[in-house]
Structure formats: C-alpha cells, structure tokens
Ligand binder design. Structure first.
Ligand code: P6P
Length: 335
C-alpha cells in the first residue's frame, strides 16, 4: 500500500513501470491532465467572483447552453494536451468533431487519443455545486505517422489505457487508473501540488445509496420503477438513502467511498438515456471495474459496447457490484 502524502509526481514515477507502454508516455499524459486541472480549478473556484458565469451565448453539439466555464475548461484541457508531444487526437463534449493534433516533427509519432468531458455537471456552476472533468485515454489503432481517424476514437471501453476524473468539490481531487487499481490525489491549493490521499480506492460490494433523477420516474422502464420501489421498501437493510447531486463525477465519487449505485436509465423521452458513452460512461466504467464495482447499460457491460458515433448516448448503471446486479435483475424481468 502506497503511503499517503506521496505527491502525484512521485507516484507516477514509482508506478510507471506498471504502465503497459513506455513509462515516460504515462507521465506526459497525466502531467498534461494535472496542469489543466490546476488551471481549471483556479477558475472554478472564483467563478462567482468574475463575469465568467452565465451562458457564453453559444450552444454546443448537445444543444445545451455553453457556460463560459465550459468553454474555458475545454480550451485549457485541449491546449495542455496539444502542447505535449504525446497526443495525436482529442475529442470533447464541447467539440462537434475530433481534433487532429499534428506533431512539430514531420512524422507524427504521437500514439494516444484523449476523450474529455471538460466540465461535467456544468449546470451546477451558477449554484455553486461541485462539477468535474472526465478523461479517457486510448492508444491509436491506425498506423503511427498517418492522420488520426474516427476509428481511433470509436474503440470499445475495454481498450482504454487510462481514465479518470477531477472533482472540483470541497477539495479538488484527481482520481485515475491505468489498469492497476484506482488512486485519488487531493490538491493542496496553497502550493499547487496533488498528494496521494485515497490509495487503492474500491467500491464497497454493496451500499445503501441510490442516485437517480426521480423527476423522470414516470418515463422510466417498469424494471427501473420496480428497482426504485425496491430501494424504498422497508425490508432487510432498506429503505436506502436517495442522493443525487446532478453531477456524475460527484455522485460517482461519493458512491465509491460510501457504497451506492448511480443510474441514468433510458426512458420514454430518451431512448438511450442522456450520458455519453465515449467521454462519460466508458471512463467511469473503467474506474468502477478497477475499483471492484460494475458498470452496465442495464443489460450488458458498458466497456463491451462497440461505439458507432462520437457523441452517442447509452443508459448507465454504475457502482457497487451487488447493487448494479440487483438493478439488472429488475431490468431483465421488465425491460
Ligand atoms: P439530469 C450533467 O449534465 C450530467 O451529464 C451528469 O453529470 C449528471 O449526473 C446528469 O447529467 C444530470 O442530468 O437530467 O438529471 O439533470
């Protein structure tokens, strides 16, 4: 077990031999994320003080009002990733299409593509509720030195080489995996350093918290309605507690520490739910499985899904393994 208070930089160096590819490449990837996280954290923490709140006036591909902080976070992460000679392509919730990153040298030897939700839960910005950044990293599958293509991004989640999130909450944390468990680092804002505060994070096998927007109850499949009523029934260790922040990263983070399930199911008004497969569900599913949890669309493993487009949505059930399995039982009975 790694001792706490190790810095993120020390941790990366000590663990880079466990990274399945070149050791230096992981350091560059995580360091780019770390830098952008500190810049965005600074802006998020002062959002109420400067004229950075409110819609930027534009709408993104999701048809949602772009908050200025969305735009800023997107720019900062793209800039940080572009500046490292390691990434050949970037996809973002805030960008209609993927961005091809051309290396300074003629032969673009960069091997990684990164998919990001630069500021998830952005509707919470104006009400001072925590938000997060989510990232997902793959090795490209098309030949190194050729232009990156959509195929490099449309990989199933099981191909990820790293994934994580930054949660801008009461403290700012970077939580990530490279396939050898999940570790959480807390930022000391006074010195701008992330310290290992949560080594080897794991979901409790079960829990007593369920997270879902019950305002959509009437539109849910019967199996989801039945599972919610199961959670609310006075029996055994139930009723459970309902906790829903409206920020996936925050709900996921709390549930990983305390035990719980997060659900964004399909509904009669959203046949594929709301969450994006590539830059929300897959990275969170990778983290969940690395933390002995589970992630499915109610029927199948999220990380087995073959993506067909950059911004596709999937239903999402994620958290403590036994809670996800129980929800899947109800879905199987009444899809
Ligand atoms: P609703 C934020 O927009 C997000 O993608 C997740 O972070 C969050 O859990 C969900 O959508 C909230 O959506 O429809 O419940 O407001």
């Amino acid at each position: 077990m790694d001792k706490k208070n190790k810095t993120l930089g020390e941790f990366i160096i000590e663990h880079q031999t466990a990274f399945q590819y070149s050791s230096g490449e992981l350091s560059k990837l995580i360091n780019a994320i770390r830098l952008a996280a500190k810049v965005v954290n600074h802006e998020v923490n002062k959002a109420g003080l400067v004229d950075i709140l409110g819609a930027a006036g534009d709408t993104n591909i999701q048809g949602e009002n772009q908050q200025k902080l969305d735009v800023l976070a997107n720019e900062k992460f793209i800039q940080a990733l572009k500046n490292r000679e390691i990434v050949c392509g970037i996809a973002s919730e805030e960008e209609d299409d993927f961005i091809s990153v051309n290396s300074n040298d003629k032969q673009n030897q960069n091997k990684y593509v990164v998919l990001i939700d630069p500021l998830d839960g952005s509707s919470n910005i104006d009400v001072n509720v925590s938000v997060g950044t989510i990232f997902s990293i793959y090795r490209r599958i098309t030949p190194v030195g050729t232009p990156v293509t959509i195929e490099d991004f449309l990989q199933p989640g099981k191909n990820q080489v790293a994934a994580g999130y930054i949660v801008y909450g009461t403290s700012t944390m970077l939580v990530y995996t490279t396939g050898n468990g999940v570790n959480g680092f807390t930022l000391n804002p006074a010195i701008g350093t992330f310290y290992l505060s949560h080594p080897n994070m794991e979901f409790p096998e079960t829990g007593k918290i369920y997270s879902v927007n019950e305002g959509n109850y009437i539109h849910f499949p019967q199996g989801v309605k039945d599972y919610i009523k199961y959670c609310q029934k006075e029996e055994d260790d139930r009723p459970y507690t309902s906790r829903y922040i409206g920020s996936l990263v925050s709900d996921f983070h709390r549930n990983m520490i305390k035990g719980g399930i997060y659900m964004y199911p399909k509904s009669s008004v959203a046949q594929n739910g709301k969450l994006r497969l590539l830059y929300e569900c897959n990275p969170m599913a990778y983290l969940a499985e690395q933390a002995n949890g589970k992630a499915s669309d109610g029927y199948r493993r999220i990380m087995e899904i073959e993506p067909s487009e950059l911004h596709e949505r999937v239903p999402f059930f994620c958290g403590s393994r036994k809670m996800v399995e129980k929800a899947e039982e109800f879905m199987a009975l009444k899809p």
